[in-house]
Design a binder for this molecule. Structure first.
Ligand SMILES: *[C@@H]1O[C@H](CO)[C@@H](O)[C@H](O)[C@H]1NC(C)=O
Ligand SMILES: *[C@@H]1O[C@H](CO)[C@@H](O)[C@H](O)[C@H]1NC(C)=O
Ligand SMILES: *[C@@H]1O[C@H](CO)[C@@H](O)[C@H](O)[C@H]1NC(C)=O
Ligand SMILES: *[C@@H]1O[C@H](CO)[C@@H](O)[C@H](O)[C@H]1NC(C)=O
Ligand SMILES: *[C@@H]1O[C@H](CO)[C@@H](O)[C@H](O)[C@H]1NC(C)=O
Ligand SMILES: *[C@@H]1O[C@H](CO)[C@@H](O)[C@H](O)[C@H]1NC(C)=O
Ligand SMILES: [Zn+2]
Length: 431
C-alpha cells in the first residue's frame, strides 16, 4: 500500500550520513532526530531480512533457520490461524469455544497455557510494590527527550523493540542498550500473531531477534506479542526460538491516544497509582504496558513518573525484579539483581552496543526429535525451565552480504502503526 510508494520515493532522496549513537543522542528536536540516515552495517545485512513493515517469511532466511523451521513445523500445536493480521476476529469469536482451548489472550486474557510443557506468560514483577516499567514499539526516532529523562532519574526500563524499527533506527536502538535498559523483541512487523501461519509467526520472531543481535550485539530471550495477541501455537514457536512470552497486568492504554482523550489516559495512570496506595500490590508487583510510540505516550510517562515513584516502592525493568542478571544469550552483559537494585545499584555491566552484521545467532532448539522443545529461558514462573520434552542442541546461522538500504520514513511508519492501532480498538470492541 502506501508503504511501497514511500520506499520508492526514498531511493531518490539523499541520505544523511550515519553517525554514532552518541551523536544521534544529542538532538531533542523531533524533526532533526527523525531524519532518515544510512548506516553501513544495516546496508550490509538488509538483504537477508524480509521487507521492512511487511509480514515476515523465511524467503531470505539462511539454511539453518529454514531447516529449524522445517523440523519444528510438524511439532507445532495444531491450532488454526485466527482472523486477520490486522486484528479482525469477527469470523472467529462467534464460534470460538468459551472454554478457550487455545489459551488465546485476546479472548479472555489467558496467560497459563492449556498445553503441557509450554511456559506460562510472564505478567508480573514478583517483588511487592514494584512497577515493572515496560515500554513498547521502539525504537522511536524522537525518543531522546524521554531517554534523557529516564537517565536523569537513573531509571532503567525494559524496551520491547520492533525489528523493522531497529533496522530503520539502528543508532536509536543502540542507545537503548547503552543507557542500561533491557532489550526484548516485539516481532518484525507488529501484526496480530495468532492470524499468521506457522512460518510467518516463526519468521516474525526469528527476524526480530536477529535484528537486535545484528544491530546492537545482544540476543534477547524475551518478547511481547503486539496487542497481547498470543495463543499456545504462538507461545510454542516462541519457546522453540528461546523467547519467553511477556504480557502485563496493568495497561495505561496510552497507545489509544488520540482515539482515547488525554483525560482517560491520565485516569488510567491514576487508577494504577491508587491501587498501589490501597495495598493491591502489597504481595506482588506488576508489569505495566506503556509505549514510546509517539510524543504523547512518552510525555505521559514522564509526567506521571514522580507520582509512580511515590506510590510504588520500586520501579524496575523486568530482568531486575526477576533477579535475571544475564538476560541475553551473551554472558558478558550483567544487570543488577533486585537486592542490588534495592541498595541503589542501577548500572549493570554492559559492553558497548556493537553492530555485527550477519552474526550467527544462537537458536537453542533441538531439531533432533519430533516434539522436542528444550530451552532454558531465564524468566518467569518456577515452571519456566521445564520445556517441552526433549533434549537440547544448538544451531547457528551465518550469512554474508551487502546491499542497498531500504529505510522507510518515520511518517509512513507512523501511518502504518496508527492504522494497526486503530484496528486494535475495533478488535477490542469485538471481543
Ligand atoms: C507447516 O505445517 C502446517 C500444518 O501444521 C502446514 O499446513 C504448512 O503447510 C506447513 N508449512 C510449511 C512451510 O511446510
Ligand atoms: C483498591 O482499589 C481497587 C480499584 O479501585 C479496588 O478494585 C480494590 O478492591 C481496592 N483494594 C483494596 C484492598 O482496598
Ligand atoms: C516517533 O514519535 C514521533 C513523535 O511523536 C512520531 O512523529 C513518529 O511517527 C514516531 N515514529 C515511530 C517510528 O514510531
Ligand atoms: C514532545 O515534543 C516537544 C515539541 O517538539 C518537545 O519539546 C518535547 O521534548 C517532546 N517530548 C518528548 C517526551 O519527546
Ligand atoms: C530475588 O532475590 C531476592 C534476594 O536476593 C529475593 O528476596 C527475591 O525473592 C528474589 N526474587 C525472585 C523473583 O526470585
Ligand atoms: C550509572 O552510571 C551513570 C553514568 O553512566 C552515572 O551518572 C550514575 O550515577 C550511575 N548510577 C548509579 C546508581 O551508579
Ligand atoms: Zn506494540
Amino acid at each position: 500500500m502506501a508503504l511501497k510508494l514511500a520506499a520508492v520515493s526514498l531511493t531518490l532522496a539523499a541520505f544523511a550520513n550515519a553517525q554514532s549513537w552518541q551523536d544521534k543522542a544529542q538532538s531533542v528536536d523531533p524533526t532533526t532526530e527523525c531524519q532518515v540516515y544510512s548506516y553501513p552495517p544495516v546496508q550490509a545485512m538488509i538483504k537477508n531480512y524480509p521487507t521492512i513493515w511487511q509480514i515476515a517469511n523465511l524467503q531470505t532466511a539462511d539454511n539453518d533457520a529454514i531447516a529449524l523451521f522445517n523440523t519444528l513445523n510438524s511439532t507445532i500445536p495444531q491450532i488454526n490461524p485466527k482472523g486477520t493480521p490486522m486484528g479482525d476476529f469477527s469470523n472467529v469469536t462467534p464460534t470460538y469455544p468459551a472454554a478457550d482451548p487455545d489459551c488465546w489472550w485476546s479472548y479472555h486474557q489467558c496467560t497459563t497455557p492449556k498445553i503441557q510443557g509450554i511456559n506460562p506468560d510472564v505478567t508480573r514483577c514478583p517483588t511487592p510494590n514494584t512497577w515493572g516499567l515496560t515500554v513498547d514499539d521502539g525504537p522511536n526516532c524522537s525518543h531522546n527527550a524521554y531517554y534523557d529523562y529516564l537517565q536523569s532519574q537513573n531509571q532503567k526500563a525494559t524496551l520491547f523493540y520492533i525489528g523493522s524499527n531497529v533496522l530503520d533506527w539502528p543508532l536509536e536502538a543502540q542507545r537503548g542498550l547503552a543507557d542500561g535498559h533491557e532489550i526484548c523483541a516485539h516481532t518484525w512487523s507488529h501484526r496480530y500473531m495468532t492470524a499468521l501461519t506457522n512460518e510467518e509467526a516463526f519468521a516474525e520472531l526469528y527476524f526480530s531477534k536477529k535484528a537486535i543481535k545484528d544491530v546492537i550485539g545482544v540476543t534477547p530471550q524475551c518478547w511481547r506479542p503486539p496487542f497481547g495477541d498470543v495463543d499456545d501455537r504462538i507461545r510454542y514457536i516462541a519457546q522453540a526460538l528461546g523467547m519467553q512470552t511477556v504480557i502485563w497486568v496493568e495497561d495505561t492504554f496510552d497507545y489509544e491516544y488520540p482515539t482515547l482523550p488525554q483525560t482517560t489516559i491520565d485516569q488510567n495512570y491514576q487508577n494504577i497509582i491508587n491501587k498501589a496506595k490501597n495495598g493491591t500490590y502489597d504481595t506482588e508487583g506488576i508489569l505495566v504496558l506503556s509505549h514510546e510510540l509517539q510524543n504523547f505516550t512518552m510525555s505521559e510517562n514522564m509526567k506521571w513518573f514522580p507520582q509512580i515513584q511515590q506510590a510504588f516502592k520500586w520501579i524496575t525493568p523486568l530482568a531486575v525484579c526477576n533477579n535475571n542478571t544475564k538476560p541475553y544469550i551473551e554472558q558478558d552483559y550483567t544487570y543488577p539483581n533486585f537486592e542490588q537494585w534495592m541498595s541503589g545499584v542501577r548500572n549493570g555491566s554492559l559492553l558497548a552496543p556493537t553492530a555485527s552484521p550477519n552474526a550467527p545467532i544462537s537458536l537453542p532448539f533441538s531439531s533432533g526429535h519430533a516434539g522436542s522443545v528444550s530451552t532454558s529461558i531465564p524468566y518467569g514462573s518456577p515452571t519456566a525451565t521445564a520445556g517441552v520434552t526433549g533434549t537440547g542442541g544448538a544451531q547457528s546461522s551465518n550469512k554474508s552480504a551487502a546491499s542497498p538500504m531500504m529505510a522507510i520514513p518515520a511518517s509512513s511508519v507512523a501511518v502504518l502503526l496508527t492504522t494497526l492501532l486503530g484496528i486494535v480498538s475495533g478488535a477490542t470492541l469485538l471481543l
